[in-house]
Design a protein around this ligand. Structure first.
Ligand code: NOJ
Ligand code: CA
Length: 704
């Protein structure tokens, strides 16, 4: 039920120049204070948290192509203020309901050009941060225009510690850096050669979501919300002032954004708290997105899924029919391996469907089922896949039927290889075929340089494509998981068939590169996942690749039980059960956690958190009283204490703890674990030893 309490004390003021130089606005509790300022016709804002300045005078506005007089000097022509409290219920999510409570300030600015232009800046001030966006109302002197640059800046108060990846218009698949702001440029000089399509920006550039911690212990996260019909934002630091300015991904001819009034930009978001846990728990980015536009969401179902996927990443089977395309080809390891063959055969797919059915998983991803993989990698070729023609050894119709008979959906894979023009031509046909066969979910992929040639993954054209695909899929009642799209900005509130995205360095890097350092998964929730769920693909039991390919050095940089914990700490309504069925069958006791763990939740508590160090999260499974806890560490061993006070008072719970064995560590003995059972209440505090690169998982069921 949606309860909406809107107090409106809006007052309109048609007034003249410099009515107010400074308009303060506080959050509902008063913790967060924003001030909008207009000095000498230039708009700026400042921000403070609990009385401490966190953003100094930061610029606002635009430079517009071929309009030199645009926004040179503004006059404040209107002010609106209101308070809003509109809790809502997500289709799926981390909590049953979401509070959406803020104070709003909308300023209207009119410039002094010969034919004046009007912009509005819409600020929403929450107790966990601030979002603001620009609006271009319908007006006489501004209709079609091209944005040269957005002038928004985030003027930080010092050389803070930041968790970041380098600015890049094509990829988010970097490992995270932790450094001072002034160290960004030096650190980005060494690039990751395993990222195939990268367009790094030279200089002190970082991507968002950017995680920040000040010397005073104030945490901040800068990102954007509701990225629609606009390019994605990177940030450029001035290392003398610590001021970060907006850089928009350009298009093929160097323009940033094509606008037509009435129009608006995405929200610029600053989440702030002196408690790291509150950054992860923030729902501000979701709140800044529009309510769901999907009227009948009954086809949208969170799920765990298995798939023909890891085989190719390990290099033990291939995407293509002829048996040459696997992810490990680059290192030549697939060729060294003895039994390399096509993965997506009818027989192999049946095996996965059966395994899913036996264990209660509702999806089976199949990659390499369709023709085109011979040509897919690195060719920048337009017509590669048709997304409907199976290889001769894959019975697409029969397998979909077989899956449906067991209440399972095949997750149809649409790798575009970056040829988006081609995918756009095929989307309707492909989705219609999925409807005809009963496949209700698709995984898309955007590996490679984009076609239309010259466009970037993060430009306005591609931002529009990703959303077009999500909307079209929703017309066909299809759920979407996207790999290599632009980073998410909370659009899954509006389009809840957009289940998850990759858009960061996923588990796959552990199989064919130096991989993801043990701290990686403690950073993701503070960065990439601030914008939306990630399809990380957890659950690896065979940690070292040498098990399959003698001599291989690659490995997952965690222990086995940390892989279990990731199902809870890395939020997503779709979670892959990633390892090969035989590896789970060999460890049924640990596999039990993956079978039990939920993917949709009524409640979430972030128990312990520090970016780059550790994280512990407890979640209550939807419609039940069962709790699941995940706790992870970085490269350090540590003890972590779980305070069970979130459990119902006076009730007893049977818990199972899946933890690192005493001599376990990610590098030396990663698969050693121990399982213990005990009874706890809301008064229990449980201290668990965590290995280097380790973690633990707990399931808690009310005692019968
Ligand atoms: C990269 C994706 O992240 C991965 O999941 C997929 O298997 C390959 N591309 C092939 O599409
Ligand atoms: Ca990827």
């Amino acid at each position: 039920m949606k309860k909406s309490v809107v107090f409106l004390w809006a007052f309109m003021m048609a007034c003249s120049a410099l009515f107010a130089e400074s308009i303060p606005m506080t959050s509902p509790s008063g913790k967060v204070n924003l001030s909008f300022n207009l000095q000498n016709g230039k708009p700026t804002y400042t921000l403070s948290y609990k009385g401490k300045s966190v953003m100094e005078e930061s610029s606002l506005g635009f430079s517009i192509k071929d309009m030199a007089d645009f926004g040179l000097s503004y006059t404040l022509t209107n002010i609106e203020k209101k308070s809003v409290d509109e809790p809502w219920t997500p289709v799926w999510g981390e909590t049953k309901t979401i509070q959406n409570k803020y104070n709003q300030l909308i300023v209207t600015l009119t410039d002094n050009a010969k034919t004046p232009h009007i912009i509005k800046i819409n600020f929403k001030i929450y107790d966990d941060g601030v979002g603001f966006r620009y609006e271009f109302p319908e007006q006489e002197n501004l209709m079609h225009f091209i944005i040269n640059d957005e002038l928004t800046s985030f003027n930080l108060t010092g050389d803070h510690k930041i968790w970041w990846i380098p600015g890049d218009f094509d990829t988010n698949e970097y490992a995270y850096y932790t450094s001072k702001i002034t160290e960004v440029e030096k650190k980005t000089q060494k690039r990751d050669g395993n990222i195939f399509t990268a367009t790094p920006i030279a200089g002190s550039f970082v991507q968002t979501p950017l995680m920040i911690k000040s010397a005073e212990g104030i945490y901040m996260n800068i990102h954007e919300a509701a990225l629609i019909n606009y390019p994605c934002m990177d940030l450029k630091f001035d290392v003398n002032t610590f001021n970060a300015t907006t850089t928009l991904a350009p298009d093929a001819v160097g323009n940033k954004a094509y606008m037509r009034a009435p129009a608006q930009t995405p929200w610029r978001t600053i989440v702030v708290s002196d408690d790291a846990r509150e950054i992860i728990a923030s729902k501000m980015i979701l709140n800044l997105n529009e309510p769901s536009k999907i009227a009948d969401a009954t086809y949208i179902k969170p799920m765990k899924y298995v798939g023909i996927w890891l085989e190719m990443h390990l290099g033990v089977s291939t995407w293509d029919y002829a048996g040459s395309q696997s992810a490990s080809d680059a290192g030549g390891e697939a060729k060294k391996a003895t039994k390399v063959k096509h993965g997506a055969t009818t027989e192999n797919t049946k095996k996965y469907i059966d395994f899913a059915a036996e264990n209660g998983f509702s999806g089976v991803l199949v990659e390499g089922w369709n023709t085109g993989w011979e040509d897919w990698f690195g060719k920048w070729k337009e017509d590669v896949f048709d997304f409907v023609t199976p290889y001769p050894d894959f019975d697409v119709k029969g397998l979909n039927q077989y899956a449906r008979s067991k209440n399972i959906t095949i997750i149809t894979h649409h790798e575009t290889s970056g040829s988006v023009t081609n995918y756009e031509r095929w989307m309707d046909t492909a989705y219609r075929q999925m409807n005809a066969y009963g496949s209700t979910a698709l995984k898309s992929g955007y590996v490679g340089r984009i076609i239309p040639r010259g466009e970037y993954h993060d430009g306005q054209w591609m931002v529009n494509h990703y959303l077009r695909a999500i909307k079209k899929a929703s017309d066909y009642n299809i759920m979407v998981v996207a790999h290599e799209p632009v980073r998410p900005t909370g659009l899954h509130r509006t389009y809840p068939n957009f289940m998850a995205a990759e858009a960061a360095r996923g588990q796959e890097f552990n199989f064919w590169s130096e991989g993801n350092p043990p701290e990686h998964e403690t950073i993701l929730p503070f960065t990439r996942i601030m914008g939306g769920p990630m399809d990380y693909t957890p659950g690896i039991f065979k940690i070292k690749k040498s098990y399959y390919i003698p001599g291989a050095k690659e490995q997952v940089h965690t222990t086995l039980t940390k892989q279990l914990a990731l199902y809870v700490t890395l939020y997503s309504p779709v979670q892959m059960v990633t390892d090969l069925p035989e590896n789970y069958k060999a460890k049924l006791d640990a596999f039990q956690f993956i079978k039990d763990v939920a993917v949709d939740w009524d409640d979430t508590k972030i128990l312990l958190a520090e970016p780059g160090d550790y994280l512990a999260t407890a979640r209550k499974a939807k419609g039940t009283n069962n709790w699941f806890i995940g706790a992870i560490s970085d490269e350090n061993a540590r003890t972590m204490t779980i305070d069970f006070s979130f459990l119902d008072k006076g009730k007893k719970y049977d818990i199972t703890i899946y933890k690192d064995a005493q001599d376990a560590s990610w590098d030396n003995n990663p698969e050693a674990y121990k399982i213990e059972k005990m009874t706890v209440t809301s008064k229990t505090k449980l201290t668990v030893n965590v290995a280097r690169g380790g973690g633990f998982a707990i399931s808690a069921f009310p005692k019968k």
